[in-house]
Write a protein that binds this ligand. Sequence first.
Ligand SMILES: [Mg+2]
Length: 289
Amino acid sequence: MPATTAPFGLLLDVDGPIASPETRTIAIDSIVDDLLTLALAGVPVAFVTGRSDAFMREQVVSRLIEGGMRDAALFGVFEKGGAWAPITAAGLGEVEVDPSVALPTEARAEVEAIAREQYGHAMFVDEGKRVMVSLEQLVSVSPEEYRAAQTAFEEAAFSALAERGVGIRYRDRSVPDAAGAVPYRIDPTIISTDIESVRLDKDHGAARAIDWFAGRGITAPRWYSVGDSRSDYLMADHVHAVGLEAVHVDVRPSDGVLQRPYPVEVRGSLVHDAAGADFLRERVAALAA
Ligand SMILES: [Mg+2]
């Protein structure tokens, strides 16, 4: 494959800048059109998400295919770097998994059973996850009801994992494994709990994507990362750390824009997927300029 240098590449968080945080689907049609225009023009486009490959297949890849997807430099990193696959005209390619970041099988089965049997009134197990365990809020319960169940579940999971000898961290507490290591953490968000390897994060995902493109001869001097969480800045941190030009677009700056040694942009008063759509439109215009 001949080496190609694109003018820039994209590292895109999905929930927030691409999929609406309310509907969890792509609600703005221009996002699909502009992603396709950019990818088909040779811009390497990576989705870097904590979501599963199943979610990506249903909510994003299907839309790209409906929109007229052809083979291009498109790549998906799921579960914060634990799984990945190329995105082709035929759909999501073969999913590869990093087994070194997977929660041990029996530990996984135990915490999933606790969630199902004791807290199933408030949460469900995301069956699509391959290396992480994710428990999500049922939309039928109130935030207050969920929070109470979530905290009780997290305490129970922490105790069960510690008892089992899995090195685990939860908020300010940690229990090491027999080797003295703490390879896993319990990570609460407002709508879910993830139990995952401490090595999974958005910088890991960005590295996976940029390396995958480089392996196919596709490079770019500048990478734009776009996200709605503070952890999304880690994508740009990786780009900057490897000596490439980083620009981060924060689509939920109300959390506080972080100071970084590279440019951090906001899209005026636009937030979430409206800001993501506005950014993609600008990138399409930049290609034509
Ligand atoms: Mg997000």
